[in-house]
Design a protein around this ligand. Sequence first.
Ligand code: PRP
Ligand code: MN
Ligand code: MG
Length: 182
Amino acid sequence: MGRDLAKVLITEEELQGKIRELAARIDADYAGKDLLLVGVLKGAVMVMADIARALRLPVQMDWMAVSSYGAGTKSSGVVRVLKDLDTDIAGRHVLVVEDIIDSGLTLSWLLQNLKSRDPASVEVCALLRKPEAVKVPIDVRYVGFDIPNEFVIGYGLDYAERYRNLPFIGTLAPHVYGGEGD
Ligand code: PRP
Ligand code: MN
Ligand code: MG
């Protein structure tokens, strides 16, 4: 692993501090409400697990797995549902938990999909956002960190399914992925 990592962008301590901050805001905003957290597999696994444990509110947790459709481009905006929610979200307060908003295409599609199911509300909590990469502006209520347009790994984020288990966010050395952008 060592040589594949270019640098640590956000340390484990910084991540956990931000998680506590976001959880406190969510606790305050949803006090007295029945909240359903929806994690987007697989990237959101770490942030979902940590946010959920940092909350004081009792919440329910559900998961969706989605995949960009078509070869080549990472996010075509056409999304396939690999695993749908188990929960009927009609009338529910839903908070979508994501690891990163890159182009915004995945979340844009997902939000439209979820809103069509008549929830009481849908908001987004994204640990990371790349303002320079965004193609579709997303209204995000809770953002952890705005980061530069670099290929990031760790804390749920993968490169070719690896590095998800790093407890921090790092950037990948260009030699690993051929030096091209994300
Ligand atoms: C990554 C990331 C977000 C999405 C963001 O997921 O976890 O879900 O891409 O990209 P976008 O804003 O450009 O749409 P990915 O499709 O790699 O699946 P994964 O979570 O299983 O790694
Ligand atoms: Mn993802
Ligand atoms: Mg991925």
